[in-house]
Design a binder for this molecule. Structure first.
Ligand SMILES: [Zn+2]
Length: 197
């Protein structure tokens, strides 16, 4: 696939940021997918692609409206519906970071106001459970994101962030996981100074 220089640079940067998510333990195996808007459609990672070893060749373009391209992530419906409903969204990241997923399993929202750097995320809602890859999950995610949403959790599944560009979207995922870690420690953490026995 011969790509124009700007496009190549964009996908190159997105690929590197996916490597970063994997190196920080936010994605393991092929348990994540990502997309970036381009023209009347978007580039999305291939099915079963692994973030740790992702390459520029692992991205496929598909339209915002219409049938998917062969080989795209099984979660393509969720990405397509978000791009269609939220015109300000330029990129999407979905993965299963451990602390955020713990809250997703519990069905408990994250409180962005706990940290200065996540204040803009406000309350991060939990999308109701639906089978991965289904149209029902895509609808549940739109409901949880709301009209100005930036992030949500997926019940018994994982987390999703959106942003104007790929870097902003990845940073939101990193901060969301840090927020989940802090919220876990604040609400369920062990005492800082255990009582001597
Ligand atoms: Zn998932």
């Amino acid at each position: 696939m011969a790509l124009k220089p700007f496009l190549l640079m964009m996908l190159d940067q997105a690929t590197e940021l996916c490597h970063r998510l994997a190196s920080h333990g936010l994605v393991v195996a092929s348990d994540g997918n990502a997309s970036v808007r381009r023209g009347d459609g978007f580039y999305i990672t291939c099915t079963l692609s692994e973030f740790e070893t992702l390459t520029v060749e692992d991205w496929r373009w598909m339209p915002v409206t219409g049938a998917p391209t062969t080989g795209v992530s099984s979660e393509w419906r969720m990405h397509q519906v978000i791009f269609r409903h939220l015109p300000f969204v330029g990129a999407i990241v979905h993965c299963h970071p451990p602390y955020a997923t713990s809250f997703a399993v519990k069905g408990e929202p994250l409180e962005g106001s706990l940290l200065t750097e996540t204040g803009d995320l406000e309350r991060i809602m939990v999308a109701k459970f639906a089978a991965p890859g289904s149209g029902a999950l895509a609808k549940a995610v739109i409901d949880a994101l709301g009209e100005t949403g930036k992030a949500c959790l997926l019940k018994q599944h994982g987390a999703l962030t959106v942003g104007q560009n790929f870097r902003e979207t990845v940073q939101r995922m990193e901060r969301l996981e840090r927020l989940a870690m802090v919220q876990w420690l604040v609400t369920r953490g062990y005492p800082a100074h255990p009582t001597p026995t």
